[in-house]
Design a protein around this ligand. Structure first.
Ligand SMILES: Cc1cc2nc3c(=O)[nH]c(=O)nc-3n(C[C@H](O)[C@H](O)[C@H](O)COP(=O)(O)OP(=O)(O)OC[C@H]3O[C@@H](n4cnc5c(N)ncnc54)[C@H](O)[C@@H]3O)c2cc1C
Length: 455
């Protein structure tokens, strides 16, 4: 290791290789890494990987460390590689509606740069201040507007990545259409740093909306939630961008002290929907949203609605949905992000609730999520801190074997490795291993994350 560190210092400079002590604040909690690499360019990433591969030393890439599945966990014989110094916004191309950014740029900074040019980087999520473009690509992040604009994958036009042996793959195309063979950029989207280190990306931008219409709605049955979604998609075609649902316990939690939020609608309803439209005509779009909600109310689909009348009121509504810190109010909680089809959701939540009731004398269950994407957050708090495996079994075994996923958002990392086979078939897993062997035969890139490479 000492020879490797010396070679890395020659390649990256003294300040490009920090000891674990110097890097404590920059490493994930519990990291065993002896050093943290802080390259300043793609060339330095390439040199570092080539040196590490030659020395047989594993490399764990890291961005903003917002991931929740131990994707950046690092052992004592591994090296952590941070993209924090690759944070240039290199180009904003108004004509082709795209931007080229380095991997360490935080989402919020990229969004602000696009907005300054009248453009929208549509992917948006609560961790926007810390999550980096590279980390979001590597986890194929979704967020609040997947319903309309898709996940990170749909915003990546091209990218640059470095393979385990240091080879730089420059796939920085700005083209929307490019059917010349394999779409190689996809190898690095959602693969959690196991196939390459993303260093740059070309991101697709959209027109910045002139109007954002936000409403909070209360409903008295899950059937009504589903009907409202179908109705809003039909009435607000082209503008509906978010449809977030909060089950009553979550809404009560985020609207009661010590949370800062207060009920915008009474807390007696079983479901609350936060929906948002993005459009270009403030007057027409507000009218369309108000009319669609009035129609739904007239037909008894909804039991109450508040339309945000100002930016402050809109932020107040989103602050409720985003106040995930409250989930730990009563102690550590286990958080899951599952995918399932809409018709299965109500039964799924009931099954989890019932099983928790049967197996734990005390429990709290909070459910909320990006309903239109089939993505629910399930958060369980029980007094036994060692009950993670038992709770996970309840949450995952209640999913149907097909058309559901143990991870809608955060990926697999180390934490969900054991669960992967619930959502992927044996031939699929074997194909993943084949890809891993082809791109990283020495198994030095984020090894042991997602799956074990070989049987
Ligand atoms: C409050 C909060 C809200 C969230 N909301 C959502 C949501 O609504 N929807 C959603 O989909 N997700 C959500 N997430 C998850 C979020 O998308 C991820 O945590 C984030 O995208 C990871 O980015 P990061 O820069 O922090 O990466 P890290 O956490 O540092 O790393 C994540 C993974 O990517 C790898 N990696 C990081 N950078 C690179 C790189 N340049 N090249 C190769 N591999 C790399 C790491 O090895 C690791 O496996 C949320 C997270 C939080 C904390």
């Amino acid at each position: 290791m000492q020879d490797l560190i010396a070679a890395l210092r020659r390649a990256l400079g003294e300040d490009g290789v920090l000891s674990a002590g110097e890097a404590r604040e920059r490493l994930p909690e519990g990291s065993g890494a002896q050093v943290l690499l802080l390259p300043r360019s793609t060339e330095q990433v390439s040199q570092a990987l080539a040196l590490c591969q030659r020395a047989g030393c594993a490399v764990v890439p890291q961005g903003g460390l917002t991931g929740l599945v131990q994707g950046t966990a690092t052992g004592p014989s591994e090296v952590a590689l941070s993209l924090a110094r690759l944070r240039q916004i290199e180009e904003l191309d108004r004509l082709n509606r795209c931007m080229t950014v380095q991997a360490g740029v935080p989402l919020e900074a990229a969004q602000a740069a696009a907005e300054a040019e009248g453009l929208l980087l549509p992917v948006d999520l609560g961790a926007r201040g810390s999550a980096t473009i590279g980390g979001m690509i590597s986890t194929n992040a979704g967020g609040n507007r997947v319903l309309r604009f898709g996940m990170m994958r749909d915003s990546v036009l091209g990218l640059e990545a470095v393979l385990a042996d240091g080879t730089v793959i420059d796939s920085r195309s700005k083209l929307l259409k490019n059917n010349t063979g394999y779409d190689l950029k996809q190898l690095f989207v959602g693969t959690e740093g196991t196939l390459g280190v993303v260093t740059r990306a070309v991101l697709r931008l959209r027109q910045l909306p002139a109007f954002r219409g936000t409403a909070l709605v209360a409903l008295d049955s899950f059937a009504h939630v589903l009907q409202l979604l179908a109705r809003m998609e039909a009435r607000l075609f082209n503008t509906l961008s978010s449809f977030e649902v909060m089950w009553q316990p979550f809404y009560r939690l985020v609207t009661s002290a010590p949370a800062r939020g207060r009920p915008i609608l009474g807390t007696e309803h079983p479901y609350y929907v936060l929906l948002e439209t993005l459009g270009m005509d403030a007057e027409k779009d507000q009218e369309a949203l108000a009319a669609a909600l009035a129609e739904a109310e007239g037909e008894g689909l909804i039991s109450g609605a508040v339309l945000a009348q100002s930016g402050a009121q809109r932020r107040q509504m989103w602050a409720l949905r985003d106040d995930v810190e409250q989930l730990h109010r009563y102690g550590p909680a286990f958080a899951y992000d599952v995918s399932l089809s809409l018709e299965a959701m109500e039964g799924y939540v009931s099954r989890v609730e019932q099983q928790l009731r049967e197996r734990f004398t005390e429990h709290r269950l909070y459910v909320f999520g990006h309903l239109a994407d089939g993505n629910l957050h399930v958060v369980v708090q029980v007094p036994e801190l060692t009950a993670y495996d038992r709770v996970s079994e309840i949450v995952y075994s209640a999913l149907a074997s097909r058309n559901s996923s143990v991870s809608a958002e955060h990926g697999i990392g180390l934490l969900k490795k054991r669960e992967l086979a619930r959502s992927r078939s044996a031939p699929e897993l074997e194909l993943m291993r084949t890809l891993k062997r082809a791109l990283d035969p020495a198994n030095i890139l984020n090894p042991g994350k997602i799956f074990e490479p070989a049987r």
